[in-house]
Design a protein around this ligand. Structure first.
Ligand code: SF4
Length: 212
């Protein structure tokens, strides 16, 4: 049933709206990438190296982050090296080659950082309570897609092993972080948490035990 009033219709329209948003964001990304003579993937790599220089500094990590194959990301990084924006240096084990931005790369990253300003500007006109509910809803959708393997890498609260769902009565602050040992307001849910550990991580990869 695809009538405009039923549940199926609502889901269809939500999916359509998200798809439309995705188209818009891809167009925005392409526009700013073109300004700097980059591809959208090269732009994402530059921004990731600027924002997470300690954790996403290997080709494999970048490939996983953006859901592309390692050879595809390797080509993008090689192009960035040729453009003088990225350099490689040996890791502490002497074997791994870690990526970092050059001074020119850091300057380009600064210019790219406002690529999604039109989106954040549009969001700014919406009441905070609505934005917080939307964030919560989107993170639940991402967790669902993560469970089914559609989204591979996330660093969101809703896919984190420290996330305690619905542990508090306050509807504006229902969840809990067992690592930080504090309630999580809807408006404070994280999308890119440096402390995130996957809820489905194998025991050997787990570094901490949830408290609280
Ligand atoms: S560790 Fe970070 S991602 Fe995990 S629940 Fe706490 S705040 Fe959220």
């Amino acid at each position: 049933m695809t009538d405009t009033d039923g549940t199926a219709g609502l889901d269809r329209r939500l999916a359509d709206a998200l798809e439309r948003l995705g188209h818009g964001m891809r167009a925005l990304a392409q526009r700013t990438a073109r300004e700097y003579a980059l591809t959208p993937l090269q732009q994402q790599a530059v921004l990731a190296l600027a924002q997470h220089p300690q954790t996403r500094h290997e080709v494999a990590a970048l490939a996983a982050e953006f859901d592309v194959s390692t050879p595809t990301m390797s080509d993008a990084v090689a192009a960035l090296e040729r453009k003088g924006l990225v350099t490689r240096s040996p890791g502490t084990d002497g074997r791994r080659r870690l990526l970092s931005l050059t001074a020119d790369g850091a300057e380009v990253a600064g210019g790219l950082s406002s690529w999604d300003d039109p989106l954040t500007g549009a969001l700014a006109g919406i009441p905070e309570a609505d934005r917080a509910t939307t964030l919560h809803t989107l993170l639940r959708v991402i967790a669902g897609l993560h469970r089914t393997g559609v989204v591979n890498v996330t660093h969101t609260c809703t896919t984190c092993r420290f996330f305690g769902r619905d542990e508090h009565l306050d509807p504006a602050v229902p969840h809990h972080c067992h690592l930080l040992r504090m309630p999580l307001p809807l408006a404070g849910l994280r999308t890119d948490c440096p402390e995130h550990e996957p809820a489905d991580a194998p025991a050997g990869r787990r570094k901490r035990t949830a408290g609280g």
